[in-house]
Design a protein around this ligand. Structure first.
Ligand code: AMP
Ligand code: ZN
Ligand code: FE
Ligand code: FE
Length: 282
């Protein structure tokens, strides 16, 4: 139990293991500079950055939580579900993550095919592979290829024209429904939290997620008015959900936020721990 009210945690951030420019050491350096007590690395559909960040944190006194931001889908809409404190060695979870990597490759090939059909010729999977480094295939990497090849003036434009959930290059249907993802997180001992509900806008589905075992709602998010954050806090309280928050920092890939821009008290981490089924973490 952590009683010091000054200790803070950033529970949403990305590394080079997904679509951020930050290495694990960068994350720890930034956390140290901000005086954070704890960070959760929430890369997209992977825990690959967890152990490297844990290693980078050695001797720093900064706690690193195992976590991930899972992709799910409701009809064609992407719904991100944060998972905290899963057992990284859980076989079911490990198999699921391997499968997600494969699905991302298949999706990338299909997106490239779609783009070709609408006249964006000359993009290959190797072009995207050159961008990913330690990460798995993601839309931001394809967006960069579109910029490099002169099909879009910047990554945001590439998303707007070609890659957003409603754009012609987007391929839906490769991810599971939120309820399934919530189950995977819970079975591996973790707590499932609906990420940035004010961006995803699936309020009417929250009760069904709660029924499936949702444990929290990310009501604190950068650049969102107090009124909207409070609105989601109220929904969380109504359903007995933990109110979480984080910066969603992506390093230089997202200029409007940074590690520590949004933090929560360590009481939130304690609440996640209390709800987690992962006895090795408690
Ligand atoms: P993926 O996991 O491959 O579906 O890519 C998801 C990531 O793409 C998100 O975390 C964002 O960083 C980025 N992204 C998704 N939609 C947009 C958008 N409309 N504009 C800019 N970036 C986006
Ligand atoms: Zn991202
Ligand atoms: Fe997200
Ligand atoms: Fe994120």
């Amino acid at each position: 139990m952590t009683n010091n009210p000054q200790l803070r945690a950033d529970l949403h951030l990305h590394t080079i293991y997904s679509d951020s420019t930050l290495t694990p050491q960068d994350v720890i350096n930034a956390a140290k500079a901000k005086g954070l007590a704890c960070v959760a690395v929430t890369d997209h559909d992977t825990l690959d950055g967890y152990l490297p960040t844990l290693k980078a944190a050695e001797g720093s006194g900064i706690e690193v939580l195992p976590a991930a931001e899972f992709s799910s889908q409701l009809n064609k809409k992407t719904v991100h579900i944060l998972g905290y404190l899963m057992d990284p060695d859980h076989t079911g979870l490990k198999n699921y993550l391997v499968d997600l990597k494969q699905r991302r490759i298949a999706r990338m090939e299909e997106m490239i095919e779609r783009l070709k059909k609408i006249g964006l010729d000359g993009i290959t999977i190797s072009d995207v592979a050159e961008k990913i480094g330690k990460a798995s295939f993601g839309r931001p990497h394809l967006a960069q290829v579109l910029v490099d090849k002169g099909f879009a003036k910047n990554r945001q434009a590439a998303f707007e024209k070609y890659l957003s959930d409603t754009s012609p290059g987007y391929v839906s249907g490769i991810f599971d429904e939120p309820q399934h993802v919530i189950e995977i997180i819970r079975k591996s001992g973790g707590v499932a939290v609906l990420a940035h509900p004010m961006l995803t806008l699936v309020d009417e589905r929250i009760p069904s997620f709660v029924e499936a075992g949702l444990g929290g709602l990310e009501a604190s998010y950068p650049n969102i008015s107090d009124k909207i954050c409070l609105y989601y806090e109220k929904i969380a309280r109504k359903h007995g959900l933990i109110v979480t928050g984080g910066s969603d920092a992506h390093g230089d890939n997202r200029g409007w936020t940074h590690i520590g821009k949004i933090t929560v008290g360590m009481d939130v981490v304690d609440a996640l721990r209390a709800k987690s089924q992962n006895s090795s973490i408690k």
